[in-house]
Design a protein around this ligand. Structure first.
Ligand code: DSN
Length: 423
């Protein structure tokens, strides 16, 4: 069983807050974390985020700052930039965006004017808010046109994407999303974007680690700009990057600073550099392939138990379960799973007749459990726990959930999580 980190200074200065941090460490140690956008960072990445680099202001870019005292910070940022370029094989990298939404907003600022048309995947079909969805600033300040998936296969309908692009002539096309269980065909998107003279932004936030580890095709030959967070499959700190061809470097940099942001978060930049060094190691390739192998094994085990999976399975780290046939809503199931020590999020499924706040599906993924070292042999047990929890949710059987929670904690104790202390 894990013990809370001591955090001596924090405990002395603010015991109330230190206790919450300790409780979160315990929760992350004891539970089976299946949210596909989450992970466990290494102790080295954690340490980098807690350094004095956070004390420093550095508006500008290495060698071109508006504040003095950048002797070390310039080198930190240059390391992160060069490592990003090497890991992803890109000509330009900007490591300053605070997170994924600001990174995407910078792409709008760089390549479109307010009121321009942008084409992105609809949120309920698996896209992201910032791909032009109505409630987001990107769908308010820009004219968002949205594509979806085919009703029969739940795969992206490229005929629809091409037709919309020809008709609407978007300035920007976004590909990628938050609930897409299948390989993104960057080449197909690139061809459409070139035909209509649009800038193609590949949002690889979910799959950046898989791309870095060679477990998903790279968008590099096809996309003009690549946007990613750094904390999902890439296993870095909470942050983001924008990468591009050299010809777009100036526009990207100007949009991030001074267009949208002030000083970069230098402690985050340092941790991004550490994560990218880890991503360049051979063991990261094993991790990336294991994430996918685990997701496929988990999908198979769920199918064998009669679960309906959006698109029938997965090619990546993510599985979207449609619970309609199980007579339990996504929200009820997610909350029951949480009580059983299995952490997921409820999610819409394509063409969901239910509302986003209580949709038909749950979204699960394998990055966190893979980082703890669980392999495909454990996925039938994970599927069994999910199945028993969903059945317990349908029956309101709290005792069953308590039993599962104990079983989960026992197995998790055998797989210490990176960055968390072990007894
Ligand atoms: N919140 C992220 C996710 O969970 O996929 C997307 O921004």
């Amino acid at each position: 069983m894990s013990q809370p980190l001591s955090h001596p200074a924090l405990s002395a200065a603010d015991p109330e807050l230190a206790a919450l941090v300790g409780a979160e460490e315990q929760l992350q140690a004891d539970t089976l974390r299946l949210i596909p956008s989450e992970n466990y960072v290494s102790a080295a990445v954690l340490e980098a985020t807690g350094t004095v680099l956070q004390n420093k202001y550095s508006e500008g870019y290495a060698g071109r700052r508006y504040y003095e005292g950048q002797q070390n910070i310039d080198q930190v940022e240059t390391l992160a930039v060069e490592r990003a370029k090497a890991v992803f094989g890109v000509e330009h990298a900007n490591v300053q965006p605070y997170s994924g939404s600001p990174a995407n907003l910078a792409a709008y600022l760089a390549f479109a004017e307010p009121g321009d048309t942008v084409l992105g995947m609809a949120l309920p079909m698996g896209g992201h808010l910032t791909h032009g969805w109505g409630v987001s600033a990107t769908g308010t300040w820009f004219r968002g046109v949205q594509y979806g998936v085919r009703p029969d296969s739940a795969l992206i309908d490229f005929d629809e994407v091409r037709d919309l692009a020809r008709k609407e002539r978007p300035k920007i096309i976004f590909c990628g999303g938050t609930a897409v269980p299948r390989t993104i065909d960057f080449a197909a998107f690139g061809e459409i974007a070139r035909e209509v003279d649009a800038v193609l932004v590949a949002d690889i936030a979910h799959i950046a680690g898989l791309i870095a580890g060679g477990a998903h095709p790279s968008p590099v030959p096809h996309a003009d700009v690549i946007s990613t967070t750094t904390h999902k499959t890439l296993r870095g700190p909470r942050g983001a990057m924008l990468m591009s061809r050299a010809s777009h470097a100036k526009a990207v940099d100007k949009a991030v600073f001074p267009g949208l942001q002030g000083g970069p978060h230098n402690h985050t930049t340092a941790a991004i550099a550490v994560a990218l060094r880890e991503a360049a190691a051979p063991s990261f390739r094993d991790y990336a392939h294991a994430v996918v192998a685990n997701a496929k094994a988990l999908a198979e085990a769920l199918l064998a138990r009669g679960y309906d999976l959006v698109s029938g399975g997965t090619d990546n780290h993510l599985v979207l379960i449609d619970l309609t046939s199980k007579d339990v809503s996504g929200k009820v199931a997610a909350k029951a799973l949480d009580r059983a020590g299995i952490v997921v999020n409820y999610n819409t499924v394509p063409f969901d007749p239910r509302k986003p706040f209580d949709p038909s599906g749950i979204r699960i993924g394998t990055p966190s459990l893979t980082s703890r070292g669980l392999g495909t042999d454990r996925m039938p047990l994970v599927a069994e726990w999910i199945d028993r929890s969903v059945q317990a949710a349908a029956k309101g059987d709290e005792d069953a959930l308590t039993v599962i929670r104990g079983e989960v904690a026992e197995l998790m104790a055998a797989y210490p999580a990176p960055g968390l202390p072990t007894a």
